[in-house]
Design a protein around this ligand. Sequence first.
Ligand code: TUI
Length: 314
Amino acid sequence: MIQSRICSLLDIQYPIIQGGMAWVATAELAAAVSNAGGLGIIAAGNAPAAIIKNEIEKVKKLTTKPYGVNVMLLSPFVDEIMALIVEERVPVITTGAGNPGKYMPTLKAIGTKVIPVVPSVALAQRMERIGADAVIAEGTEAGGHIGELTTMVLVPQVADAVSIPVIAAGGIADGRGLLAGLALGAEGVQVGTRFICAEECIAHDRYKDAVLKAKDRDTVVTGRSTGHPVRIVKNKLSKEFEKLEKSGANPELLENLGAGRLRLSVVEGDVDQGSVMAGQIAGLVKEIKSCKEIVEEMVEEARKQYAAMASIMK
Ligand code: TUI
């Protein structure tokens, strides 16, 4: 058993939260993670509310356990997504790519638990002050849109700076990562990349294969020059991006080049021209497994690793 404040806050068995991955984290994946004892999350990404309403209805049919919705704050539909969350009384939300402050009073009023992703100590403290229930300290090892600091340095500094529970994210895909997150002062972990390669994940097989094939140095960060750095698996698209960024292409052109590329890889399976978002820990992901196997193996491995560490630290 692993019992932390994250388990009681979210009413879940294991303190493992699934990352909110646009296009990848549908009701199917969310329900499977929740049924495995973690917290499954539907990613709203850039989708309009009608699509996410449908996913929420689906997840409620697939699980009786708590679930969450991830709100990507740069989405053009963010206001209608937040209204939907209120209407559906979604139990938990995580947020990414910005500051959810202006929505906080409404969400608190209806009892939705709000867990923002933070890339810095300052934002973690601001989130605690305005009533966040926990924060996700996500390191630059993560896939997708990222901050600057590594998980190793961000998590303990955030844990020291706030009293609310901290969830470690970025580079966590197995039991050692879970234990390491706890050792750094977190009370739970968020796992994204590992769940791309879950049986229940609806991502295209070629997307899953690209993650399975990726080695330790196979991800790159594109978009630093636009102010929206995004970690993806190296491919034709990342090389084109790199060339354009080096030549000083204007940010608007680069943003346009990126539009629609995530859907292209996740849904169409075009892993050459599409954006294959994944974290640096992709190199550790070698097999497709069910969410139940992934979650249970993580917990079991963390327990074994804990015992192994106890035996060398007397
Ligand atoms: O949000 C993510 N990962 C994502 S979002 C996404 S969609 C997208 N595509 C292209 C460009 C931008 C977004 C793909 N992957 N992770 C959580 C996360 N949040 N990482 C970093 C942050 C973050 C960054 C700055 C959170 C807050 C923040 O605050 C700035 C402020 O307003 O103070």
